[in-house]
Every structure is written in structure tokens, then in C-alpha cells.
Write a new protein. Structure first.
Length: 262
């Protein structure tokens, strides 16, 4: 059956031939997104720490990828990454760190420097890339009624932070709060902003856990009863890019999971 004329006429951001930036693109959700974008014909700049495997990943992905070492909290580093994508249309922000410290533990109160560090990387780093990417997009000519799309990464911890996740949950809740506000701020520039809030995904962070604990995590997910796959995050990110009516929204990607206190 042929698609209806209505569906054929829907405007969408074209991934084929687009230039994209993926922060945290050397591993996990970011790498899967970079791979998916390139498979659809985009050119991708991977921004990740100098200590990451970014150069190796970019080499494996071929000529459509480049690696720019840098820190998402640095204006200079992000600016250098953006210089490699002068026609930036797509930015996917995956850089972040975890944290597992109780407010009051055996060694006393939560170390304030650690809390600041998590907020700095996860929340301020996300906003730093978002604001600079948006400024780059704002100078482009619109295509099919828009200039660019930004996809940020939160977590279900933003809504149901567990024991020991005070810093992490606060940083991810901040990203959720940014989403509708930045989407409204950037609407006049024809730039969309959405956020994905993943549940429990099979990323390098979980790769350090033993099989029994990983199995117990998978069992806590109603359906499908398994860990999420980074490619599923990437699939949603690409759909957000292409669907013009997705804007200002945080989308949970969690298999109906609602996190227990611990």
C-alpha cells in the first residue's frame, strides 16, 4: 500500500547530509547515537574527554566522523568542537557522570565539592553545549521551517531518585526543567529542544557490575524485562530530530519502570 499524500507532505528535519554534534559520543548512548546518525547519512563531530576512546571510535566510524577532545564545561572546548560543524543542524547531548553518595554517610555530610562537580558536569555542561549549539544554529538559513534540533539527556532519576542519588538526581532534574524553558526561548529562532530520560540502560557504567546485580536490575523493569539498549536511545533521538511536533518535551524511555527507593 502506498503512503497517503498527507504523510508524504509532512515536513521534517533531514538527517541525510546534515552536520551533527554528539557530546559524550565516545561510548554508551552517545556512541550509539553517533553511529545511528552516520548510518542515516549525517556527518558527526564527537565531543568527549581527551582520555576517552573518541579518536578510536571516530576512526571506526569512518570519514563521516571526527573526534574533538574536550570538556563540556569549557566554553573554549565546546567552541572548538562546534567549529568543526559550521552548518550544525543536530546536537545530541549525552555527556554526564554518575554519583552514589548519601546526604549523611559514615564519613559525615555529603562533600559539597562532589555535589558541585556532578552539577557542573551534568547540568552546567549540558547547558553550555546547548547554548553554544543553539547560537550556531540560529545563524543558519531555515530548512523546512526550522534551523536545528537539540536533544538533551536526563534520567528517570530526575523523577524517582534513589538512595545516594541526591547530586545525580538534582542534576538530571535540572535538565528536565531546562527543556520547556529553552524550547520556548529558542522557538523564535526555529530551534527545537527535547530531552530523553532513560531508565536502566546497558552502558559502560553498568558494565562494571556483576551479572547477578545486572539481572536483578533487569528484573525490576516491567516490560520488556531487560536492560535498555543504547541503540534504542539512538532510535528515539533520531525520531525527535525528524518529528517537528516534538518540542519542549521530556520523554521517558524506561519500559514502564518506576524506581524504588533503593
Amino acid at each position: 500500500m502506498l503512503p497517503s499524500p498527507t504523510l508524504m507532505l509532512v515536513a521534517r528535519m533531514q538527517i541525510q547530509g546534515a552536520q551533527a554534534l554528539v557530546s559524550g559520543g565516545a561510548s554508551g548512548l552517545g556512541r550509539a547515537t553517533a553511529e545511528a546518525l552516520i548510518a542515516r547519512g549525517a556527518r558527526v563531530a564527537i565531543l568527549d574527554l581527551p582520555s576517552s576512546r573518541g579518536a578510536e571510535v571516530a576512526s571506526a566510524l569512518g570519514e563521516a566522523a571526527c573526534f574533538v577532545p574536550g570538556d563540556v564545561t569549557s566554553e573554549a572546548d565546546v567552541g572548538r568542537a562546534l567549529a568543526s560543524v559550521p552548518e550544525l543542524r543536530i546536537a545530541v547531548l549525552c555527556a554526564g557522570i554518575g554519583s552514589g553518595v548519601r546526604v549523611v554517610g559514615r564519613d559525615g555530610p555529603f562533600p559539597l565539592d562532589h555535589f558541585r562537580h556532578v552539577i557542573n558536569v551534568n547540568l552546567i555542561g549540558t547547558f553550555n553545549v546547548l547554548r553554544l549549539a543553539a547560537a550556531r544554529m540560529a545563524g543558519l538559513e531555515p530548512v523546512d521551517g526550522e534551523r536545528g534540533v537539540i536533544v538533551a539527556t536526563a534520567s528517570v532519576a530526575a523523577f524517582e531518585g534513589q538512595v545516594g542519588q541526591a547530586a545525580y538526581a538534582a542534576s538530571k532534574a535540572g535538565i528536565v526543567g531546562l527543556t520547556i524553558c529553552t524550547a520556548r526561548d529558542l522557538a523564535s529562532h526555529l530551534i527545537r529542544v527535547c530531552t530523553i530520560a532513560p531508565g536502566i540502560f546497558d552502558t559502560p557504567l553498568l558494565g562494571t557490575l556483576d551479572d547477578r546485580f545486572r539481572a536483578s536490575l533487569a528484573a525490576s523493569i516491567p516490560h520488556p524485562q531487560r536492560l535498555g539498549k543504547p541503540a534504542e536511545y539512538a532510535q528515539l533521538a533520531l525520531h525527535i530530530v525528524e518529528n517537528q511536533m516534538l518540542n519542549g518535551e521530556t520523554i521517558r524511555l524506561d519500559g514502564a519502570l518506576r524506581m524504588a527507593p533503593r
